[in-house]
Write a protein that binds this ligand. Structure first.
Ligand SMILES: NC(=O)c1ccc[n+]([C@@H]2O[C@H](COP(=O)([O-])OP(=O)(O)OC[C@H]3O[C@@H](n4cnc5c(N)ncnc54)[C@H](OP(=O)(O)O)[C@@H]3O)[C@@H](O)[C@H]2O)c1
Length: 229
């Protein structure tokens, strides 16, 4: 049985990816709390918990030390602060870069031997915001631009050893999107306008199932009914 580790798998996109990959993988479910991880693990046929604050390097090292072989690593955990440059705080910049970029680099580095051993696939859940920025998006887009730089470099460095995919969803109906819409003053949230997490999981599946001769390097997936997303 192949093994996949999915960060941010307690909710939203990560949970949908964990469910989908569990059809043919042992899934290691990442979350910040035991209860959050178990709520998903208990619904899957073959899964285990990976309870760690990704911003804690010592905890990360301890949590990964026994993983010797890993077929799939999906980075889905993330935060999306909404702040204009004029009032963004230094702490908001630091917190977002720590989780969306530094933790991705660190976790990948720790698991490279296990991924190489399996000729594995790394999948980063980036965003449309990894390609463009706009009002209120300096921090979030900044982290996703940086994540794209990290992913592009890793892909070249690991050529022939592991495959590296960057998935760029538009707006997805999750807690993160609900919070963003509420911060923007949108009180008429209609999740049906946005992508379903399962649709993003299907894009990840395409990358994971690509034949050995192929690597899905970048994939954009947008809500079919929204003009700007
Ligand atoms: N939603 C969208 O519209 C959208 C669009 C494009 C891209 N994305 C990207 O997709 C990814 C997933 O987003 P989502 O909408 O599924 O988010 P979400 O529903 O807010 O879920 C966030 C996940 O990240 C985990 N997490 C947060 N802080 C963490 C930390 N310090 N250590 C470990 N895990 C942590 C959470 O775990 P707990 O439950 O334990 O807190 C949760 O599982 C993100 O990278 C996001 O940028 C989202």
């Amino acid at each position: 049985m192949k093994t996949a580790l999915v960060t941010g798998a307690s909710r939203g996109i990560g949970a949908a990816i964990a469910r989908d990959l569990s059809r043919d993988h042992h899934v290691i479910v990442g979350a910040t709390s035991q209860a959050g991880a178990e709520a998903i693990v208990d619904t899957l046929a073959d899964a285990s918990c990976f309870v760690v604050d990704l911003n804690d390097p010592a905890a990360l090292a301890a949590a990964t030390k026994d993983i010797e072989q890993l077929d799939v690593l999906v980075h889905s955990a993330g935060v999306a602060p909404l702040a204009r440059v004029e009032n963004a705080t230094r702490q908001q910049w630091l917190d977002a870069f720590e989780l969306n970029v530094f933790a991705v680099a660190e976790l990948t580095q720790l698991l490279l031997p296990a991924l190489r051993a399996a000729k594995g696939t790394v999948v980063s859940i980036n965003s449309g915001s990894g390609y463009h920025s706009g009002a209120g998006s300096a921090i979030y887009s900044g982290t996703k631009f940086a994540l794209r730089a990290l992913t592009d470099a890793l892909r070249e460095e690991e050529l022939g050893r592991i495959r590296v995919s960057s998935i760029h969803p538009g707006r997805v109906d999750t807690d993160m999107q609900r919070q963003l819409q509420s911060s923007m003053g949108n009180s008429d949230y209609d999740g049906s306008l946005y992508l379903r997490p399962e649709s993003v999981a299907a894009a990840v599946r395409l990358a994971v199932d690509a034949s050995d001769d192929a690597s899905v390097q970048e994939l954009s997936i947008r809500p079919s009914g929204l003009e700007r997303n």
